[in-house]
Design a protein around this ligand. Structure first.
Ligand code: ARG
Length: 573
C-alpha cells in the first residue's frame, strides 16, 4: 500500500529546517485557507514572532526565500500575504496521491489510530415507564455516531445504555399497579398506561400518607430482593424496553450493554464505604453528602438521602468503578443534555475520592448537548410538551414520502426510500450543528432537499450513482488522467477527499460528530459545483472517465461518512 504524502508534514518539516523550531509544534499551526486563492495551506508567522523576535511579515519573507532556494518538489509556489505564508502544492502530485490512496483502501479513512484503546460511551439511556423523548434521541444519535467513528479509527468501543430503571418512583409504580393494575392495559401501551398509573398514584400519595408509606416500603422491598416487587419491576422494564426497541429498530441503534441504574443496586455500598473512609462524607439535614465547595462546586453531591435511599449520583459512582474494572477504559464518555452539567461535574470530582487509578478519573468526560426546541418551546417531560419519538420519526418518514412522490412519482420502493430519507433527515438534523447548540426542530428545514440536510447529502449520493449509470462507467483508477482533474472544481473535491481522515480524527478529538456532518455538506456542495461547471458526459473519453472516477469517489465518501453518522443511503430517490 502506498502511504500518502502528508503535505502538512512536508511543509512543517521544511519550516523546521529553516527556523530550527520544533516540527511537531509547527505542524499544529498550519491552516487550510478558506478560499482557494490563498493557496492550499497557510502558515501564520505571527505564531513564531515571539520566539524569533521578528515581525511576522519579515519572518514570512525569510522563510519563503530559503524554501524557494530548496526547490521542494511537492510545492509549486509560496506567497507572502501579510504575516502569512501561503503554499500552493503541486497539483499533479497531489491528485495522484489522493486518488491512489483512495483506490488502495477498501474502506477509505479507516485506521488503527486508536490502537485498540477502550472507549466507553454511555448514551441514549431513557427511563423505564417514561416516554423516550427527543432529548434521548439526540443522545442516541450523537452517541451512536461517536461509537461508529471511534470504531472506524481502531478503538475498542463499548456502548452502554445506562437505563433509568431504578429509584423511588418504582416503589410508587408498583403500588399503583398493585391497586389498579387490572384497569390499565399496560401490555398494549406500556409507557402511556404506566404514566397514567404514575400520575394517579402521585395524587393518591398526596391525599393519603399511608399510600406514600406503602410506596416507600415497596422500594425498600425491591432493594431487599422481594419476589413480588422484583417481578413487577421486571415486567415494567421488559415492556418499556420492547417499546424503546421500536425506536432503536428505526434508528438502527445497538448497544453492547444494557446495564442500567438497577444493575448497580448491590454495588453502591462499596462506594459509600470508601467515601466514608476518606472522612469527606458528612451529614447534612439527615442526608449523607460530599461537600465540593473547595472544588468550586457550590452544590454538594448527595450520596444518600435522608430516608436512606441512594441517588442517581451514587449509582453513577458505582458505575464508574465497575466500568474501570470491567472495561479498563481510556475514555468514558457520557452523552446527555447540558441540563446534567452539574451532575457530571459533581460525580467526576467525587470519583477522585474512590481510590481509582488516575487514568480512569482523567478519562471521564461529559459530552453535553443543547436542547431540542419546537417552534413553541422546549420539548420536555416537565412542561408536558412531550413528543413521542416514534411518532416524530414516523411523521418524518411520511413527509419524506410526500416529497419523493411529488419529485419522482415513478420511483420504485418508495416506502423503503422514504424510510431512509425520513430517518436520515432526523439524524442529520441532530448532528449538523455543534452539539452544544440548542436545536430548533422544523420540518421544512430538515427535509429540504436543497438545504444543509440529510436528504441533500443522500440526494447528492444518488446523483453520483445516476451519473455513473448514465455514462455506463465502471470505476477504475487506471482510467484517471490526472491532467483532467486539475481545474478549480475538481481540485476542490480532491482536497476534501484528502481531508476525510483528518475530519474523522477531529471528530474524536472534540467528540463532535457535527464536524463530519459539515464535511459531508461541503463535499456535496463541491460536487454540485463540479457537476454544474464541468461536463461529465463528453466525447473525450479520457475526460469523461477521469470525471467519472471522481464522481465515484465522491459517492463512496458520502456513503461512508453518512453511514458513520448512522444514516443509510438510498440508491435512488
Ligand atoms: N436516564 C438519564 C436521563 O434520562 C440519563 C442517564 C445518563 N447516563 C448516566 N450514566 N448518568 O436523563
Amino acid at each position: 500500500m502506498i502511504k500518502m504524502k502528508n503535505f502538512e508534514r512536508i511543509i512543517a518539516d521544511q519550516i523546521a529546517k529553516v527556523t530550527q523550531l520544533n516540527e511537531e509544534k509547527l505542524v499544529t499551526y498550519i491552516e487550510i485557507p478558506k478560499e482557494t486563492k490563498n493557496g492550499d495551506y497557510s502558515f501564520p508567522c505571527f505564531r513564531l514572532a515571539k520566539e524569533l523576535k521578528k515581525a511576522p511579515p519579515i519572518i514570512a519573507n525569510e522563510i519563503k526565500e530559503k524554501l524557494e532556494n530548496d526547490n521542494i518538489s511537492e510545492i509549486d509556489k509560496i506567497d507572502v500575504v501579510g504575516g502569512y505564508l501561503n503554499f500552493y502544492i503541486n497539483k499533479e502530485t497531489f491528485v495522484n496521491e489522493v486518488l491512489t490512496e483512495f483506490a488502495n483502501n477498501q474502506e477509505y479513512g479507516k485506521s488503527n489510530l486508536g490502537n485498540n484503546k477502550n472507549i466507553v460511551i454511555d448514551y441514549s439511556a431513557p427511563n423505564i415507564a417514561k416516554q423516550f423523548h427527543i432529548g434521548h434521541l439526540r443522545s442516541t444519535v450523537i452517541g451512536g455516531a461517536l461509537y461508529n467513528i471511534y470504531k472506524y479509527l481502531g478503538y475498542k468501543v463499548i456502548g452502554i445504555n445506562h437505563l433509568g430503571d431504578y429509584g423511588t418512583q418504582f416503589g410508587k409504580l408498583i403500588e399503583g399497579y398493585k391497586l389498579w393494575g387490572e384497569e390499565y392495559n399496560i401490555e398494549n401501551d406500556p409507557i402511556n398506561e404506566l404514566t397514567k398509573i404514575y400520575i394517579r398514584i402521585n395524587e393518591a400519595c398526596k391525599e393519603d400518607k399511608q399510600v406514600l408509606e406503602n410506596c416507600r416500603n415497596n422500594f425498600k422491598k425491591l432493594e431487599e430482593g422481594d419476589k413480588y416487587c422484583g417481578e413487577v419491576w421486571q415486567k415494567f422494564r421488559n415492556l418499556s424496553l420492547k417499546e424503546f426497541q421500536k425506536v432503536y429498530d428505526l434508528l438502527g441503534s445497538k448497544f453492547d450493554s444494557w446495564n442500567g441504574e438497577a444493575f448497580y443496586s448491590d454495588k453502591m455500598q462499596e462506594v459509600i464505604d470508601i467515601l466514608g473512609s476518606t472522612g469527606k462524607l458528612m451529614e447534612s439535614q439527615g442526608a449523607q453528602i460530599i461537600n465540593l465547595e473547595d472544588k468550586g462546586i457550590n452544590t454538594p453531591c448527595i450520596i444518600e438521602k435522608s430516608d436512606g435511599s441512594t441517588t442517581y449520583a451514587t449509582r453513577d459512582l458505582a458505575a464508574i468503578m465497575y466500568r474501570a474494572r470491567t472495561y479498563d477504559f481510556d475514555k468514558a464518555l457520557y452523552v446527555t443534555s447540558y441540563e446534567q452539567v452539574l451532575h457530571f461535574k459533581q460525580i467526576f470530582e467525587v470519583a477522585k475520592l474512590l481510590g481509582l487509578d488516575e487514568k480512569y478519573t482523567k478519562g471521564l468526560e461529559h459530552i453535553s448537548f443543547g436542547m431540542v426546541l419546537l417552534p413553541t418551546g422546549k420539548m420536555s417531560t416537565r412542561e408536558g410538551n412531550v413528543v413521542r419519538l416514534q411518532d416524530l420519526i414516523n411523521e418524518s418518514i411520511t413527509r419524506a414520502k410526500e416529497v419523493i412522490k411529488s419529485k419522482n412519482p415513478d420511483l420504485e420502493n418508495q416506502d423503503e426510500v422514504a424510510k431512509k430519507v425520513g430517518i436520515g433527515a432526523v439524524i442529520f438534523n441532530d448532528l449538523s450543528s455543534a452539539r452544544i447548540k440548542d436545536e430548533v426542530f422544523d420540518w421544512d428545514t430538515i427535509l429540504n432537499f436543497q438545504g444543509e440536510t440529510g436528504p441533500y447529502v443522500q440526494y447528492t449520493y444518488v446523483r453520483t450513482k445516476s451519473v455513473l449509470q448514465k455514462i455506463g462507467y465502471i470505476p477504475n483508477i487506471e482510467d484517471v488522467k490526472v491532467d483532467n482533474l486539475l481545474d478549480e472544481y475538481s481540485f476542490e473535491i480532491i482536497k476534501l477527499i484528502y481531508n476525510f481522515k483528518n475530519v474523522l480524527v477531529q471528530v474524536t478529538e472534540k467528540n463532535e460528530p457535527s464536524i463530519l456532518a459539515k464535511y459531508l455538506i461541503d463535499l456535496a456542495k463541491a460536487y454540485s459545483g463540479f457537476y454544474n461547471e464541468n461536463k461529465i458526459i463528453t466525447d473525450d473519453k479520457d475526460v469523461q472517465n477521469s470525471r467519472g472516477y471522481l464522481t465515484y469517489v465522491v459517492g463512496e465518501i458520502l456513503r461512508i461518512g453518512a453511514n458513520l453518522l448512522g444514516i443509510e443511503m438510498p440508491e435512488k430517490m
